[in-house]
Structure formats: C-alpha cells, structure tokens
Design a protein around this ligand. Sequence first.
Ligand SMILES: Cc1ncc(COP(=O)(O)O)c(C=O)c1O
Length: 449
Amino acid sequence: MTAASELYPGFISLDEAFDLTEEQVKDMQLKHMNEYRTKLGLAGGLTFDIKRAEGCYIWDADGNKRLDFIGCVGVYLLGHNNPFIVENVRKYLATKPLTMDPLALKPITAAFAHNMALVTPELTRTIVNGGGGAEAVEAVLKLVRIAAGRHHPERKRIVSTLNSFHGKTLGAVSAGGKDVWRRWQPVIADHAYVPYGDLDAVEAEFKKGNVIAFIAETIQGEGGVVVPPEDYFPTIRRLCDEYGVYMIMDEVQAGSCRTGYVWAHQYYEGLVPDAFTFAKGMSDGVLPVSGIQVKDSLYQEAYGSYDSAMMHTATYQDNNISAAVALSSLQYMIEHDVAGQVREKSKYIFAKLEQIHQKYPDVIAEIRGRGFMIGLKFGVDADGVGYANRVAAVMAQKYYVHTMTSTNDDTILRVYPNITTTEADFDWFIDAFDKAIRDVIGSAAPAES
Ligand SMILES: Cc1ncc(COP(=O)(O)O)c(C=O)c1O
C-alpha cells in the first residue's frame, strides 16, 4: 500500500484531521467549501472551534466549557453523544452488518417501523431516509402527489403557510412560505400559500377545489418560533376531512419530544394528521436520520401496488444504520419519559425568562414557544437595529452560552435546551442572558416603548 499522502502530498488522514488547528480549518473551509457561509458565521462571532461535546456542553480548542442552548436548532434533544445511542451504534457496527442493500431484508428498519406503529397506532407506515428534514418533506409531498395522481387526478394543488420553512430541496422550497429560498429556481407549480394561523384563508383555498394536501409546521421554527391559535390545527383537521384534503404536519423541528409531546401534534388531544415528518431529534446528531410516518390508507393510495412501489426509492432509503439511531432515540425517549421531562423542566426556564422580560420590557417584546422550543422576540434600538444578533454574539463570546437567531427572522433569538440540562445550567443561561442584554443596551439607546 502506498500512503495517500505520498501519492497526493498534503493528503490529510482522519487521525490528522482530528488535530487540525482552527486556522487550518478556516482556511480549508474558505478555499474548498461554502466560502460565504463560512464568512457569515465568522463575521457573526458565533463560529468556534469545538473539540468535544457531551450532554449540554461543548468545549472549544482553548478548553472553555460552553453551554449549548441551540443544539443544531433542535437536533440534540437527548444530549450530545447520548451514551445509549452511541453505544447502540457501536453495537450495531460490531455485528459486521449489511447496512445498505436494496433487496436484502432490513431487520433494524423493520423493527423501527414496527415500533413507530406501536407509538403512533393510527399511522402505521414508515419511510426512513439517511438524509435530512428536506428529504422527509420531499418524500411526503411526492407521496401525496402520487396518491392524488392515481386516485383523485382532479386534485392538483398543495396549500402551505406563509413564513413556513420546510427545507431547501426543490419540493421543499416550493412548499415553503418564503420567496427568498425560491430565487433562481423553477419552482414546482400548484402551490398556494396562506397566512399561518388564518383559518378563513385555508377554507377559502379549499373551497376553490382541487387541493391535494395542506402542509404546515406544528410550530413554525425557522419563521421565528410562531405558535398558532389553539383552535387552528383542530379546525384544519375538520376542514381537511370536509374537503377531502390530506393533512401533513412537518415535525422536523417541533417533533421528537422537543415541545413536550413525542409528536408535537399530540398537544392537541385526539388530533391525527394523515402524515408527519420527523428528523432532527430522532437522530440526536449521531447520524443523519429523517423520515415520514403515514396512515396506511394514504400510503396504499400512493405505493400500494407493484407499478408504483418503486416510485420513491433511494440508495440510502430504509438503511439499517439510520434506523438503528432512530430506534435508539425512540427507545430512549420512551424509557426516560423525555416528553414529560421537557414539559416539567421547561416550566422553570419560562418562569425565569418571564422575570427577564419584566426587567427589560423595551428590549424583549415577547417570549414564545412550547417545551424546549423557545423564541425570544426582541425589539429594536433607537437606530432601528434589532438586539437579537448582538445579544447572541455577546452571550457566546463573553459568557459561553450558545443560542441562535432565526434565519427567517433575526429579531428572534432561539433557545433550544436539551434534556440533560439542570437548573444550574438554566441559571447559567439566565445570568448570561441578563448580562448580555445589559452589555448590549449599554452600547445602544433603547427605543421608546
Ligand atoms: C420544519 C422543518 N422542516 C424541514 C426542515 C429541513 O430540514 P434539513 O435542514 O435537515 O433539510 C427544517 C430545518 O430546519 C425544519 O425546521
């Protein structure tokens, strides 16, 4: 064997990659990866060289212990490198498995699908992707289009909500409620957009006829942690039944216990969508996993025959290692009552945040969200500049607490703790938040309230 570094001088092995310096990594990212995305992170003061992650902590190259209160925007609900999940992946690999093979039986994926049907008995069909949330959204949009194409060909349109985010593949940006992500691409036709929370607008679209499906996030995440009115989704369910429209919940961000319910729609007693997506929280960041859970009747309309069975397959679809992660996450969630823990623990942080809100009523406009999906709406200073980005940067740089503003609304600071967080960690965050606000308003005059 000839070493790769002999054939390609400078080739970096995995062992060498572990020891790269911050400057080397920055340099390679700027040269060989998305230069301007890297620059954005660096300019925002929120990019650090993180060497290790455990529980709710991350450690930078200087050995500073940092509190991760964003967790890749909802991925790490079960804690960084959750020992149960990591150990299960190790166990799986130790069996020398056949992870991907289109024709071989898929024992781990079958077990995961079986478990999902136990947990969600009204929706008993599962598709697992080895990719991200957008792939799950693509899978569900294609599924309902194929079901309609085969059985209700007069139905053509998909209704989704303004300000929504469903990912950045072509189908997902077509459904998403933000023009900015559709620039320079041929979008998929027959989408209608209605304001999130507006039931009259939904019914008006349904009345026009030919609607295949309605898709929305249970709580809008990227749009700024927007919680809809209480009667919104129960009424949508009734309208979907009345007009023969499939109801899809995108739970990529809000699902998987994040909001204090295993599936975020379970907040509404008795509400059952026709399909929902899952991703982030089901991976706990160990390996990419996403997927959809679908009612059998809908699934059969799409793929319930030999001639349609191959219409949405993929090399990594239903692969065993992604399913091993998802199965382990689900088991951990059930055995540790993660949803219940989120409901209970989030009371403390919401109470503390309310105190900060009362202390700075001109700086913080609103606290919103559910469970560990929290959005802090900020006001603007006398020059019209929002506080959120500056507060996030000061918290990370000076007080070692990581949060993130929303890419769709930078007046919102998103706070996504994980289940390993203790009251002492919440207090660390609250203290950092309080100090960061003081630091920022010390350098900016607050606007008139
Ligand atoms: C509700 C929702 N759907 C879909 C996506 C897309 O997921 P991914 O970025 O993994 O493709 C996201 C990502 O934030 C999301 O929040």
